[in-house]
Design a protein around this ligand. Structure first.
Ligand SMILES: C[S@@+](CC[C@H](N)C(=O)[O-])C[C@H]1O[C@@H](n2cnc3c(N)ncnc32)[C@H](O)[C@@H]1O
Length: 427
C-alpha cells in the first residue's frame, strides 16, 4: 500500500483547526453574554456606512455581511446587534465547530441567532461554497494564521461586492518582538508533541521563573494587551505564545499584500496611529508619500501589536469623506451608545476633555464652554451648518470663522481616533 502524504498546507490548517477546537478563542461564556457588549473598532456601523456609502448606505435585507474566521463571535455579535431589525444577513464562518457553537449561543442569548448563518469551512474554500457576495467582510485575527495569507486575502476579495469593503486585523511585526522571542523559546521548552495542557503548564512556569529583565518576559508583562491575553485564559495564552502558525506584518507588507490581491487600503482602523505627527509633531516628512508615512509611524510608535485597516477593490472608487466644515455634512458618533454617555461626560468636564474609546483611541481636547457646546450638539441628525449656526448664536463674542476653526480642529481630532464620522450631504 502506498501512503499518501497530506500537502503541507493541509497539515498546517489541521493543526490550527485542532487548537481552536480545544481552545476556542477568545474565551467567552454565553451565560454572561448580556453583561457587556464588546465593540470591535472596525465593525462600528456608522464608520462602515461612511466608508461604503458616504453615510447613505441602506441597511436592509439586501445588505450582506461575512465574518470570516469569526471565532467565538465578538464581531458577529456586535454587527448583528447594530443591524437588529434591518433584515440584513450575516454569515459567520470558521474552521472550528466549537467556536461556532459558542458564537451561536451568544447570539441566541441576545435574540439575534436568526439573522446569522453559521458555516464551518476554511476561508480559502469559501468562494466555492455558493455563499454569494458580501457588502462588508470582517476578518479579525485570522489571516495571519493561514498557511497562505495571500490565498486567504484573495478568497475574501472574490466574495466582496464591487462597492463593498473588508475590515482586517493582523498582527504587527515590531510590536510583537517580545512575543516572537518567547515563542522561539517555548518551541524548544514545550514542543508540540507535549500536548496542550503540558505546554501551557511550562509556559506559565517559564514566565514566573525567567529573569524579569528578559526582553521577552518584560515586553509581555509590560504590554497590557499581551499581559491580559496571558492572564485571562488558557486560550489567550496559547494563542499568543504557543501558536503553530503566526505571521506578522509591517505597514509596507500590508500595502504589498493588498496590491497582490487586487485590493487597496481605504483607511486605517485608527488613522491617528498611522500619522508620524502623532509621535513627532513637526517632523519633516515632505519627501514621503502616504504609505511611507504610515510605515514611519509604525516605526516611531515601536510597540504596535496589531494593524487594523479597511480595504476595497483596487479599481473601484469609494465615496470621498467630507471636509470637517462642509455645512451639509452630518457628524455621527461611531461607538454604540456613545450619545447617551456624552451628555454626562460633558457636564462633568474640566478645562481639558479626555476621550477614551479603547486602544489607541484616546485624545485630549480643550474642554471650554464652546467646545462642549459643539460636541454636545452632535446627535447624528444636525448638520455641521446647524451646529455652527447654533454655536454662533450662543457665543456672540466669537466670529463665525473662529467658531468654524474650533469645529474643524475638534472634528478632525475625533475623526483621527475614529470616534466620529461625517455623513456626506444628502443629494
Ligand atoms: C484568533 S481567532 C480570532 C477570532 C475572532 N475573529 C476574533 O477576532 O475574536 C482565529 C480564528 O480563525 C479561525 N481560522 C483559522 N484558520 C482558518 C481558516 N483557514 N479558515 C477559517 N477559519 C480559520 C480559527 O478557528 C479561529 O476561530
Amino acid at each position: 500500500m502506498v501512503a499518501v502524504e497530506k500537502p503541507q498546507t493541509e497539515v498546517v490548517r489541521e493543526t490550527v483547526h485542532q487548537q481552536y477546537e480545544s481552545l476556542p478563542y477568545p474565551a467567552r461564556d454565553p451565560e454572561q453574554e448580556l453583561e457587556m457588549l464588546r465593540q470591535p473598532t472596525v465593525c462600528e456601523l456608522p464608520r462602515v456606512n461612511a466608508l461604503l456609502g458616504g453615510g447613505h448606505r441602506v441597511f436592509d435585507s439586501t445588505f450582506r455581511v461575512l465574518d470570516a474566521g469569526c471565532g467565538t463571535g465578538d464581531a458577529t455579535v456586535f454587527l448583528a446587534h447594530q443591524l437588529r431589525g434591518t433584515g440584513a444577513r450575516i454569515v459567520a464562518l470558521d474552521l472550528s465547530g466549537a467556536s461556532l457553537d459558542i458564537a451561536r449561543r451568544r447570539l441566541r442569548a441576545r435574540g439575534l441567532e436568526d439573522a446569522v448563518d453559521f458555516v464551518q469551512a476554511p476561508i480559502e474554500e469559501a468562494p466555492s461554497l455558493g455563499l454569494g457576495e458580501f457588502d462588508f467582510i470582517s476578518s479579525s485575527g485570522v489571516l495571519h494564521h493561514l498557511p497562505s495569507p495571500e490565498a486567504g486575502m484573495r478568497a475574501l476579495r472574490d466574495m466582496l461586492k464591487p462597492d463593498g469593503a473588508i475590515a482586517v486585523m493582523v498582527y504587527a511585526k515590531y510590536g510583537r518582538e517580545p512575543v516572537y522571542l518567547m515563542q522561539s523559546l517555548l518551541r524548544m521548552l514545550a514542543p508540540a508533541e507535549f500536548g496542550e495542557e503540558r505546554r501551557l503548564r511550562i509556559l506559565r512556569r517559564a514566565l514566573q521563573a525567567l529573569p524579569q529583565e528578559n526582553r521577552g518576559v518584560r515586553g509581555l508583562l509590560d504590554t497590557p494587551l499581551f499581559h491580559s491575553e496571558i492572564a485571562r485564559s488558557d486560550a489567550g495564552a496559547y494563542d499568543l505564545l504557543l501558536h503553530s502558525q503566526d505571521r506578522p506584518y509591517t505597514v509596507p507588507e500590508i500595502y504589498d499584500w493588498l496590491d497582490g490581491a487586487g485590493l487597496r487600503l481605504l483607511d486605517w482602523g485608527v488613522p491617528r496611529a498611522y500619522r508620524p505627527e502623532t509621535y513627532w509633531p513637526g517632523s519633516d516628512l515632505g519627501h514621503l508619500d502616504v504609505a511611507q508615512r504610515a510605515a514611519v509611524a509604525e516605526l516611531m510608535h515601536g510597540r504596535m501589536a496589531k494593524h487594523q485597516f479597511y480595504a476595497a477593490h483596487a479599481e473601484v472608487s469609494m465615496p470621498v469623506q467630507p471636509q470637517a466644515d462642509e455645512r451639509g455634512a452630518v457628524p455621527v458618533w461611531t461607538a454604540w451608545g456613545f450619545d447617551a454617555q456624552l451628555g454626562p461626560a460633558l457636564a462633568g468636564a474640566g478645562a481639558r476633555l479626555k476621550f477614551t474609546m479603547g486602544e489607541e483611541r484616546e485624545v485630549t481636547v480643550n474642554g471650554d464652554a464652546l467646545n462642549r457646546r459643539l460636541l454636545g450638539d452632535v446627535d447624528g441628525q444636525r448638520t455641521v451648518g446647524a451646529i455652527l449656526d447654533s454655536a454662533r448664536g450662543a457665543f456672540p463674542a466669537q466670529t463665525a470663522d473662529q467658531i468654524r476653526r474650533r469645529w474643524v480642529e475638534l472634528c478632525d481630532s475625533m475623526r483621527e481616533i475614529a470616534a466620529l464620522v461625517l455623513y456626506a450631504p444628502a443629494a
